[in-house]
Design a protein around this ligand. Structure first.
Ligand code: KMT
Ligand code: NI
Length: 172
């Protein structure tokens, strides 16, 4: 896991886009983001049972597994959105980037690699892309009643209860 400020320069979203400025673990924690590196699946299972994540699935995002819809899917994941539940992702193989919005509405880029597990709070605006490997194999964990439908950012999502609750907990 590496976190840094996105450079906002045009070009392929799969490139690093590293501005040269790192983001500290303390700042990620302020945004409500938790992360771990779990080489052993037992640790993933432990956190899942602690937090009552009863369901999971696996997704392989690559041209090989998705064929023609790959480009379309990745474009969709890169559309800024929020969820009404935590987003928990465990990288089984490959890697990718999650960009999350900072307090000042800038992008923080989080590079996830094999065995990284990240928990994003409900209501945080974010987007996802594969990196130049074009290969992300991830486990998606969710609670019983998954509310992980992406809600694309709009005036309406700004008013969403989960968004409002997130801002309250982030900004105090
Ligand atoms: C999301 O919500 O953006 C995703 O689930 C991305 C794919 S999982 C690595
Ligand atoms: Ni998402």
């Amino acid at each position: 896991m590496k976190a840094y400020w996105f450079d906002n320069l045009p070009g392929d979203r799969r490139e690093d886009h590293h501005s040269g400025r790192e983001v500290s673990p303390e700042y990620l924690s302020r945004l409500g983001i938790k992360y771990f590196n779990f080489p052993n699946l037992d640790d993933v299972n432990a956190i899942a049972s602690e937090r009552s994540y009863k369901n999971r699935d696996e997704i392989t995002i690559s041209p090989k597994t998705m064929g023609d819809v790959y480009e379309e899917k990745v474009k969709m994941f890169f559309h800024e959105h929020l969820h009404e539940d935590e987003e928990i992702r465990y990288i089984l193989d490959g890697g990718g980037f999650f960009d999350v919005r900072s307090e000042g509405d800038d992008w923080v880029r989080i590079k996830l690699e094999k065995h990284d597990l990240m928990i994003m709070p409900a209501g945080i605006y974010h987007r996802f892309t594969t990196d130049t490997q074009n290969y992300t194999k991830a486990m998606r964990l969710f609670k019983e009643d998954p509310k992980w439908t992406p809600l694309n950012r709009s005036g309406e999502t700004d008013q969403n209860t989960y968004r409002q609750d997130y801002l309250k907990s982030r900004d105090g």
